[in-house]
Write a protein that binds this ligand. Structure first.
Ligand code: UDX
Length: 433
């Protein structure tokens, strides 16, 4: 099949490369000249494990191309995926759909022959109707169907998530479009991935409801962790104890500094806006958003507490800046609020992250960046682990102890066994244990 992906960002690029790997003929389009030039040189604009090899393999096989020429890429395509950004609109938290609408208009102008237009960007309920209207207005004679096909990729595991999904969701209003989508995903559901076909608005809501539920699960266990600290319980054991109940499930019950990233913060806010517009308030999600926001600064205060409540003139070594490991993404990372809180309290921050420092620089001021974990720790008054990168799981604690001015280790990801660290002579503070 011939597939066009409009928008070569995270979702577009991963989806395009994976579709090509399934044998489809894929063109990835982006307006950004430098991005397309870099992709054509084999350089990835994002950090995602395995993506460079996947892209190189499919480019070499002639199944994957990159272009700025949207018009040419639409001609003859069986399906065109809209995978452009939907950032939170400044001021009101609504998803900004201007890129989606602009893409729909351009696609509409170019359609020839029956084409399925697929929204893969995370878009509020009803966006498919609007995309259909825009295409119809741009090209009254066009033969097309508009389908919602949300993605559930996790950064750092995106290729695996795409190739071995828990489910594929297709929201369509007619059988012809559904059939094209069945063909697009044939290699996957032959792999036994369940294919869920719904109406279009339902598919759009599935994505938001899913992300809001996961954000709720994380926030729930984070509050239970706070309670564990007060009553002397262990949140990891509580999580295991409840997670073994199949109705609850063990995933997304790791207590930590709060969720961040490109999806949960933005999608929960957009869901609340949709809920408000339709007068169906989502009070649970409202609470989740508020609790998670407060938590990030609270984690900064937790570090201050661990340093006897006074960090003025002291240095904190921060290990991990990205919102989770195996990504360079700093969007809504808890580290931003944690570091700001430390600085507000008078601390100096030295940071190290294996991939995120370049993205962090414009977002943080007055932070010194180290070239490695031990360099960051050298001479600091405390070390705080904010992201669970593998590189921080096996630190030489004796070396850490000798490099630190005072032996304070704050582990906001619970990656070390408390007894082991305490036995090395540290004051060890973790989350909910
Ligand atoms: C998420 C969804 O998982 C994915 O399905 C959707 O398509 C996009 O949003 P992603 O943002 O890449 O993916 O990361 P994810 O692994 O889900 O983690 C999100 C945040 O939650 C991170 O900040 C992570 O540290 C935090 N988290 C996750 C926890 O604090 N505890 C957990 O148990 C799980």
């Amino acid at each position: 099949m011939r597939l066009t992906i409009v928008g070569s960002g995270y979702v577009g690029l991963v989806s395009g490369a994976c579709f090509a790997d399934f044998g489809h003929d894929v063109t990835c389009v982006d307006k950004a000249e430098d991005k397309i030039a870099r992709l054509n040189r084999g350089e990835m604009p994002i950090y995602e494990p395995g993506l460079d090899d996947l892209v190189a393999r499919n480019v070499a096989a002639g199944r994957l191309t990159f272009t700025q020429d949207l018009a040419a890429s639409i001609k003859g395509a069986d399906a065109v995926f809209i995978a452009v950004g939907t950032p939170s609109r400044r001021g009101d938290g609504h998803a900004d759909l201007s890129y989606v609408h602009a893409a729909a208009k351009e696609i509409g102008e170019q359609i020839d022959g029956y084409t399925v237009v697929v929204t893969k960007s995370t878009v509020p309920v009803g966006t498919g109707d609007e995309v259909e209207r825009i295409i119809r207005a741009a090209n009254p004679a066009a033969e097309f169907g508009v389908v919602s096909n949300p993605e559930f990729l996790r950064e750092g595991a995106a290729i695996d998530d795409f190739k071995r999904p828990d489910r594929i969701v297709i929201g369509a209003e007619d059988e012809r479009a559904t059939e094209v989508m069945r063909q697009v995903y044939r290699p996957l559901y032959l792999n036994a991935a369940p294919l869920l076909v719904t109406r279009r608005r339902t598919a759009e809501l599935i994505k938001y409801a899913g992300n809001a539920f996961l954000a709720t699960k994380i926030t729930f266990i984070n509050e239970i962790a706070d309670l564990c600290e007060k009553v002397g319980a262990n949140v990891q054991d509580v999580a295991r104890g409840i997670g073994l109940d199949n109705r609850i499930g063990s995933k997304f019950l790791h207590a930590g500094p709060g969720y961040g990233g490109s999806c949960f913060p933005k999608d929960t806010l957009a869901l609340l806006k949709t809920a408000q517009d339709h007068e169906a308030p989502q009070r649970i999600v409202e609470a989740v958003v508020a609790v998670n926001d407060n938590r990030k600064r609270a984690m900064g205060r937790k570090i201050v507490q661990a340093m006897d409540g006074d960090v003025r003139g002291k240095t904190v070594a921060v290990l991990g800046l990205t919102f989770k490991p195996n990504t360079d993404d700093m969007r809504d990372s808890p580290a931003l609020a944690v570091i700001q809180t430390l600085q507000d309290a008078g601390a100096t921050v030295v940071a190290f992250d294996p991939e995120g420092m370049e993205q962090a620089r414009p977002l943080l001021s007055d932070v010194t960046y180290a070239t490695g974990a031990y360099e960051a720790i050298d001479g600091a008054d405390a070390v705080a682990i904010l992201t669970e990168w593998d590189a921080f799981r096996a630190l030489d604690l004796d070396r850490v102890r000798t490099l630190l001015k005072s032996p304070v280790l704050v582990d906001l990801r619970n990656i070390y066994p408390p007894e082991e660290v305490a036995a090395k002579g540290f004051r060890y503070v973790s989350v909910g244990r």
